[in-house]
Design a binder for this molecule. Structure first.
Ligand SMILES: Nc1ncnc2c1ncn2[C@@H]1O[C@H](COP(=O)(O)OP(=O)(O)O)[C@@H](O)[C@H]1O
Ligand SMILES: [Mg+2]
Length: 427
């Protein structure tokens, strides 16, 4: 029997990855920590480099992952939040201003929402899709540097925002793949941004830290500074390219190459503490070959070096000169032993591996870097619901508030608004 929870009490995150489609169901109780009650994860089909290449297969994966999550959670749901990579991410800066009347009065939540809407109304070319409008800084009567103007007295409120767009077809197709499984998508967040909310602490977001999410087909980069997302980008390389290299160099099928990588490889041959000879059986032959861990890790290191080179270029483009918080590597490839040390040598900053934290319930299942984006999506929907806007509608309104607006405010929604008003000092 389904528990029959109301949609407003559940948060459901769908991570449409190149490696796996993962669905996480969480209940929101008292407090702002999502309590995980179910997880479904199936290997991806029909998705390459984060982009849909076969709609039917991708939709079937979403359906299967949802079924698993429904069975485990014993909950029914049809409204979800979505995270995915998208091609060709770009950002533009814009400013918006609203008048609060002739006499100074206190800034309300509605004013904040309205000014962000105004600033986000930039003309978007038809082949682009608006994914996020992120407030960078508020100005109250011309005085800048304000993180959160709520409750301040003013006659004029301004905001500087970062408008993030992506190639329309790549975002619309991932949404269609999810809708095809009978779900409605209430909010969207790019993968590296979602992951950042799972692995970064508040301090790191203020100090200046880059999150590098190395998935199967793409590597996402999200740079945070002074509590705000400053830059987001996707590099079209990931763990699948490493596997491919192993398959080509050693002339083995892809599944064997994947197994060799996950079981034996480390990020660079110099980190191999105990070299070992690995016997590889050759397809269609009784003969086998031998490769050492050092040789295998050398193949891995070349591609990792290329990926980190591209990551470094993206970090430079962010305009954040210093990263006192360093780099946090997450996503499946963060599980390669010594990836943090090797990345630190290549990037010249401190690097740590980011494990997802900050959810309760069945959180043990999710404590792996492969689940960072799904966990981060849940956390972001509570901490920064404004960031989860969808291009077509409702700038600045949170997906969960949309649900509640349909049903009238509950005690929980009033409590959540109160909690959010405290948390809103992120922006
Ligand atoms: N233990 C491991 N060691 C090395 N690579 C791993 C390990 N586990 C997963 N990976 C790699 O991580 C990638 C998948 O990461 P994931 O974050 O799940 O991808 P996506 O988010 O794109 O679906 C694959 O290339 C996989 O080979
Ligand atoms: Mg991932």
């Amino acid at each position: 029997m389904p528990r029959g929870k109301g949609a407003e009490e559940l948060l459901v995150a769908v991570d449409l990855g190149t490696n796996k489609v993962c669905v996480v169901v969480a209940e929101m109780g008292i407090g702002s920590t999502p309590q995980v009650v179910g997880v479904g994860s199936v290997p991806s089909r029909g998705i390459k480099k984060g982009v849909i290449v076969n709609m039917e297969e991708a939709t079937n994966c979403v359906r299967q992952a949802c079924e698993e999550a429904r069975r485990m959670s014993n909950c029914s749901f049809d409204r979800v939040l979505l995270t995915s990579s998208a091609l060709d991410v770009g950002c533009v800066f814009n400013r918006g201003m609203i008048s609060l009347g002739k006499d100074a009065r206190r800034v309300t939540q509605d004013d904040v929402k309205r000014v962000v809407e105004v600033a986000g109304s930039v003309p978007i070319p038809t082949d682009r899709f608006l994914v996020h409008v992120l407030p960078k800084e508020f100005l109250v009567d011309g005085q800048g540097g304000i993180d959160n103007p709520l409750g301040m007295s003013a006659v004029r409120l301004e905001v500087e925002v970062q408008v993030i767009t992506a190639l329309a077809s790549s975002v619309k197709n991932v949404i269609s793949a999810v809708e095809g499984a009978g779900l409605s998508v209430e909010g969207f967040l790019l993968k590296p941004v979602a992951s950042a909310y799972a692995v970064l602490g508040h301090q790191e977001r203020y100090l200046g830290t880059a999150v590098v999410d190395v998935g199967a087909g793409t590597t996402g980069v999200a740079v945070f500074h002074q509590g705000t997302l400053r830059y987001v980008s996707l590099v079209p390389l990931g763990g699948d390219h490493i596997t491919n290299d192993i398959a080509c160099v050693l002339r083995v099928p892809l599944p064997s190459a994947e197994e060799l990588k996950v079981r034996w490889a480390v990020a660079h041959q110099d980190f191999v503490d105990e070299d070992a000879e690995i016997e590889i059986s050759m397809p269609g032959s009784r003969k086998s070959r031998v490769v050492t861990r050092r040789e295998l890790s050398e193949i891995v290191s070349f591609r990792l070096e290329e990926i980190m080179g591209m990551v470094s270029e993206e970090i430079s483009k962010s305009g954040v000169d210093m990263l006192p918080g360093g780099v946090v590597v997450t996503g499946g490839c963060a599980m390669l032993p010594y990836v943090d040390e090797f990345a630190s040598e290549l990037l010249g900053v401190s690097v740590r591996v980011g494990y997802p934290v900050g959810v309760g319930g069945l959180s043990d299942i999710l404590m792996q870097p492969v689940y960072s984006s799904a966990v981060g999506l849940l956390k972001a929907s509570v901490e920064v619901p404004e960031a989860l806007v969808l291009g077509g509608g409702g700038l600045g309104s949170s997906p969960r508030r949309q649900v509640q607006a349909n049903r009238g405010p509950s005690a929980w929604s009033r409590l959540k608004d109160f909690v959010l008003s405290i948390l809103r000092d992120f922006f």
